[in-house]
Write a protein that binds this ligand. Structure first.
Ligand code: 26Q
Length: 823
């Protein structure tokens, strides 16, 4: 009976136009005569949203009736970028919309650009979560994302006088992609105390009482799958004072200001994303965010499970929870608390459920990034959880002692509690102990965690607890949306766009590597993408670059371990060589545009110094008449997901040059190669597997290996240390003041010259510069370069996040797809 009331989505451009206009006039209450691009975007988004909602409701209904095992992906970051283009692709009526918009006098590309990025993440980890949501929906897995609805995402970066300035990113003004669920709320407790007593059966009971309550409100975001009607849900929690708007008691008793202050304090929890990437800094508010989000998500998951009236032993057969790094580790003691304190299960029974439910993904071995929280802070904020963590630790250490009775040091080494002053809770150990699987994100990284940070745990649990799932990227956004011409060219050879669902099909492209027309078209597309980026550079920086030059790009968070400093020192070296050449010699050079982009954490002074140096060097080189077109240095402001979609298709070379053993995986390496760019990189993270897949002759590898890093560091400090001579010349030039106030860069240079060069910039400098010369040579042979480009793309099938998600589903989650119901 309801069928006839179900609205019919548009199928023609006229219908689309009608829907869009209706939304502009009624939903947005705007009159058409002043319909600008912003209004056209809003109307289009709402028209597509209507179609999404229908699929979303059906998917959720199907999941409720079928009640399959679900996967819950807990991540404090979801770096989604824009949603409209993706919605159009996945819902599948983009061409209709394009024509409809043209009739209204708009170009699709301009309308897409109106949307503000959803930038609820820092970098790789957050973008990975977004790619995973896309893949889970596209593969029909019954999956939920759980995160925080930050009012401010990652800051917007401006460059003023060569310095990074952070500007708040208020992105919620108009967001048609979220649905507030004011009826879905959870009360979250903080502080308070624990009461213990014995019940009638003499059983020890605990209750957490007298805390402060903050309310979590759900906001839902639909996640459409590609070429399926499956539309999953991303649930983001927003914090609110628990008494509704105000505490009316206080309000009526005249304490108006303090009741407003309480409200603001509650709302602060979900106000802002912490802008650190690979650095942890023990802030109380961050811990509050983590617990707030874990507790709300678990309450929601448990509530859903309890509706089905199954026995608790069934919980791990119905629920898999994946922890995106240690940020959601508090979910482990929280589930134990729910099962023991509230549901009355025995400790062991509860713990067995907990460990079968959780999986933990590690994203870093950098010591400064490993999360630790002080025991006094936890005692104060989460007193019951601290007790549970101590009990988990006690059980674990007793188990270790039984199995390794002779090794007394071992207990201290693997204890969840670090015996420091103050004592600290080691979150990675808690995550590992509370999960049934621990995975790294690329082969080398998964090996490294077993021999470094988790070495003792491999002896304790055996190697099977540890596994590798190499990262991947969604080909929908990172090939088809970012590079539609390349995607269509590939489709024209492979008989359609099926490779967007099964990326391994790309291997068939190798048959066409000698096809003249195909090659020509491939090269033209790369050039057009470079022209598009050059245009963006002109519009944003006012600098003209030659699109026929070699585009050499490094875009990622600014971090010492990622070594943007190595790159800029290499640029200075190139500049000095160029200056020393005779003019006719210079003519033989391959012109280059070196492009940087990325944000520094606001408190990361060294990273900010690197940004400053890049800008100063650019200022000198770009205005040097001797150099002309031969070398340009660009720092692109405010690198984000939507800019990455313009940048990744436009590289000839991109740089992935972390000190070996420091970059867990990297994912932009995959994005650049998938778009026909070659890469220069170290033997680190996924670079190694990319090399294995595409072949050594198609990648420019350089530098020391991970296994040698430790010895080299030791020799810097205790051996006789020789700075690379070419690098020394670069430093002399900086010290002379060629790039402005030399004092500004003293710390950067001294880190290498005086303080042990922890990231091996000097050790790798010669091989880095040499490899760039090889790149220049290789680029002169455009035909061979083109062959490498096509061959590499053809061999990138492995790096789809679809493959990655299937591996998680099979080896960690033990879940199956749930196919959408047929109409
Ligand atoms: C922790 C505590 C307090 C505040 C912030 C943080 C924090 C926030 C973000 C710690 C780490 C991150 C982000 C880490 C990250 O992005 N890691 C990257 O993950 C990618 C996906 O697996 C890998 O490809 C990269 O190699 C890895 O650096």
């Amino acid at each position: 009976a309801w069928k006839k009331f179900t609205p019919k989505p548009f199928t023609t451009k006229e219908e689309f136009g009608k829907e869009t206009v209706r939304h502009i006039e009624t939903t947005l209450a705007r009159s058409l005569w002043n319909c600008d691009e912003g209004a056209a975007y809003s109307g289009t988004a709402l028209a597509f949203r209507d179609r999404l909602i229908l699929d979303w409701n059906k998917t959720q209904q199907n999941q409720t009736f079928t009640d399959p095992k679900r996967i819950y992906y807990l991540s404090l970051e979801f770096l989604m970028g824009r949603a409209l283009d993706n919605a159009m692709l996945n819902v599948g009526a983009k061409d209709i919309a394009r024509e409809g918009l043209a009739d209204l006098g708009f170009r699709m590309e301009d309308i897409i650009k109106q949307e503000h990025d959803a930038a609820l993440g820092n970098g790789g980890l957050g973008r990975l979560a977004a790619c995973f949501l896309d893949s889970m929906a596209s593969l029909n897995y019954p999956a939920w994302g759980y995160g925080l609805r930050y009012r401010y995402g990652i800051f917007k970066q401006e460059i003023v006088d060569g310095y990074q300035v952070e500007v708040p990113d208020y992105w919620l003004d108009f967001n048609p992609w979220e649905f507030p669920r004011h009826d879905i709320t959870v009360n979250i407790q903080f502080y308070g105390s624990v009461r213990k007593w014995q019940d009638e059966d003499g059983k020890q009971q605990s209750a957490w009482e007298n805390g402060e309550i903050v309310q979590a409100v759900a906001y839902d975001v639909p996640i459409p799958g590609f070429s399926t009607s499956t539309t999953n849900n991303l649930r983001l929690w927003s914090s609110k004072a628990s008494g509704g708007e105000f505490d009316f008691q206080k309000f009526n008793s005249g304490e108006y200001e303090s009741s407003v202050a309480d409200q603001q304090r509650a709302e602060t929890i979900s106000a802002v994303l912490y802008p650190n990437d690979n650095l942890e800094r023990g802030k109380e508010l961050r811990l509050k965010q983590q617990y707030f989000w874990c507790a709300a998500s678990l309450f929601d998951i448990v509530r859903r499970f309890k509706k089905t009236k199954r026995s608790w032993a069934d919980f791990p057969n119905q629920v898999a929870i994946q922890l995106n790094d240690t940020h959601p580790t508090l979910a482990i003691p929280e589930l134990q608390r729910i099962l023991v304190d509230i549901e009355g299960l025995d400790w062991d029974e509860a713990w067995s459920i907990v460990t079968k439910t959780f999986g933990y993904t590690n994203h870093t071995v950098l010591p400064e990034a490993l999360e630790k929280w002080s025991v006094p802070l936890m005692q104060w904020l989460l007193p019951r959880h601290l007790q549970i963590i101590y009990d988990i630790n006690l059980h674990f250490l007793q188990f270790v002692e039984r199995n390794f009775p002779k090794d007394r040091d071992l207990l201290g080494r693997v204890s969840i509690i670090e015996e420091s002053q103050p004592k600290m809770v080691r979150m990675a150990y808690l995550a590992l102990i509370g999960s049934h699987k621990v995975n790294g994100v690329a082969e080398l990284h998964s090996d490294l965690i077993k021999t470094t940070i988790f070495r003792d745990f491999v002896s304790i649990y055996g190697p099977d607890k540890f596994t590798n799932v190499t990262n991947g990227i969604t080909p929908r956004r990172w090939l088809h949306q970012a590079n539609p011409r390349l995607s269509d060219l590939i489709a024209s050879k492979l008989g359609g766009h099926d490779f967007l669902k099964d990326l391994t099909i790309l291997h068939k492209l190798e048959q066409y590597v000698d096809d003249k027309d195909f090659r020509k078209e491939w090269q033209e597309i790369k050039h057009a993408n470079k022209v598009r980026l050059a245009k963006h550079i002109k519009e944003t920086q006012g600098i003209s670059v030659n699109p026929s030059a070699l585009f050499d790009i490094q875009v990622k968070r600014i971090h010492e371990y990622k070594r943007q400093q190595l790159n800029i020192f290499g640029v200075i070296h190139r500049y000095l060589q160029l200056k020393s050449m005779a003019p006719e010699e210079r003519k033989k050079l391959v012109p280059r545009v070196v492009i940087f982009g990325g944000k520094a954490a606001p408190g990361y002074w060294m990273a900010k110094t690197v940004i400053h140096l890049i800008n100063k060097v650019g200022g000198v080189i770009n205005n040097d008449k001797d150099v002309g077109d031969l070398l340009k240095v660009i720092f692109l402001e405010d690198y984000n997901v939507s800019k990455a979609e313009i940048i990744c298709p436009a590289s000839d070379i991109s740089e992935h040059i972390s000190t070996a053993g420091t970059e867990a995986s990297g994912t932009s390496n995959m994005k650049f190669v998938l778009n026909g760019g070659l890469i220069i990189g170290t033997c680190d993270g996924a670079n190694i597997e990319i090399t294995r897949e595409i072949g050594e002759s198609n990648i420019f590898l350089f530098g020391n290996l991970a296994e040698d890093v430790e010895d080299l560091r030791h020799s810097h400090l205790y051996g006789d240390y020789q700075l690379d001579p070419a690098l020394n010349k670069v430093f002399d030039e900086i010290k002379k003041g060629t790039f402005g106030d030399a004092g500004a860069f003293t710390a950067l240079i001294n880190g290498i010259v005086e303080h042990g060069d922890y990231y091996l910039v000097s050790d790798d400098f010669a091989s880095y510069c040499k490899t760039h010369e090889l790149i220049d040579e290789a680029y002169k042979n455009q035909e061979e370069w083109l062959t490498k480009s096509i061959t590499s793309v053809a061999r990138m099938g492995f790096f789809s996040s679809d493959r990655c998600i299937d591996e998680y589903a099979e080896t960690i989650w033990n879940i199956e797809p749930l196919m959408p119901e047929k109409e």
